[in-house]
Unconditional design. Structure first.
Length: 337
């Protein structure tokens, strides 16, 4: 397996990923939501949950999985080492979350479905998210949906700031971020077929009927799916399949056949060939996405005479009151113990 010493995420990041992130950051309300999310919604509760309800992978727990994980860390030049957990969940999925202490969680359903090479693909994909700095924004996107739907217990008043436009921008970026992570998986495996096999299994894989599934047929299905765009009406259908605005349901991943199309395209590119030859952009291990915590509220711009007053400061004041009330309740509980 190739090792890309000192590689920067910018060497393989998909341009649609960059473009979608820029669009997301330009949506009104993003800066305030991002700043408050990082400041008040710590990743520690998730770590506590995983430590209590999952298996932490290491040299003496899932040793073979840990060795694959360590190889992928070396190949993508990622440090320090994130935490890796296996969670008892039949859903075939894995996720990378966190900023200061990122972690990867692999569901047991995925572990049972994939062979060793395909598992390497999945781990490299999730590490690609961490390398690109996606993990904080992924966590924010998941939380925004919970906040809007009322599933998040602590929204700190931010749910009123989350608009449909912000939600759509989040999920458009999420889908494009997957394309960058797929590239990381290809770099690590150095073989397109196992990456596409993994995508095919994610779409509809079966252990019992694995011998009846053809990758060549899945590639042809991918090409037929792309040809659907020749009819403009199909493009509209695709948009609403990804963004069910009325129900508030947004898909987090591109369809597997689309991911196959984009990755096959990149595998034949000069950019990929140059990276394999060792000609790539080098930088530190940090990702490209940074959501800084501001110590103080920014000074609001002056308003022209006759203009309507901004609601931002009112939202900030309301947030501050909620935080004070929360701290008072915490103090009360501590005194009663």
């Amino acid at each position: 397996m190739p090792t890309y010493t000192g590689i920067s995420s910018e060497a393989f990041r998909h341009p649609l990923d960059r473009q979608a992130e820029q669009t997301l950051r330009s949506v009104p309300g993003f800066d305030l939501v991002a700043r408050r999310f990082v400041e008040y919604l710590s990743e520690r509760p998730r770590f506590v949950y995983l430590m209590g309800n999952s298996i932490q992978v290491g040299p003496r727990q899932y040793a073979s999985v840990y060795q694959i994980f360590r190889d992928c860390l070396r190949d993508l030049d990622i440090y320090p080492e994130p935490d890796l957990f296996i969670s008892q969940n039949p859903l075939v999925n894995a996720v990378a979350l966190g900023q200061d202490h990122p972690s990867i969680t692999i569901n047991s359903g995925l572990l049972d479905l994939m062979n060793e090479t395909e598992l390497r693909t999945v781990i490299a994909h999730e590490l690609g998210h961490i390398k690109c700095g996606h993990s904080t924004l992924i966590q924010m996107a998941m939380w925004t949906v919970q906040a809007v739907s009322g599933l998040a217990d602590l929204t700190f008043g931010l749910s009123t700031l989350i608009t449909t436009g912000l939600l759509m921008a989040f999920f458009e970026w999420l889908r494009k971020a997957e394309l960058s992570a797929d590239r990381a998986a290809l770099l690590v495996t150095d073989d397109l077929n196992p990456v596409m096999h993994t995508m095919m299994k994610m779409a509809g894989g079966s252990v019992k009927h694995a011998h009846e599934v053809s990758l060549d047929e899945f590639i042809r299905q991918s090409e037929r799916y792309q040809s659907l765009d020749e009819d403009g009406l199909n493009q509209i259908y695709k948009f609403f399949l990804y963004n069910d605005i009325s129900a508030g349901v947004f898909l987090t991943h591109p369809f597997a056949v689309e991911r196959v199309h984009f990755l096959r395209e990149w595998s034949g590119s000069e950019e990929y060939r140059q990276i394999r030859q060792g000609n790539y952009h080098r930088a530190g291990a940090e990702g490209s996405v940074d959501v800084p915590v501001q110590p103080t509220e920014p000074t609001p711009p002056p308003r022209s005479p006759g203009s309507t007053s901004s609601t931002t400061q009112a939202e900030v004041d309301n947030l501050r009151r909620q935080l004070e009330e929360l701290q008072q309740e915490i103090d009360r509980i501590k005194r009663s113990e």
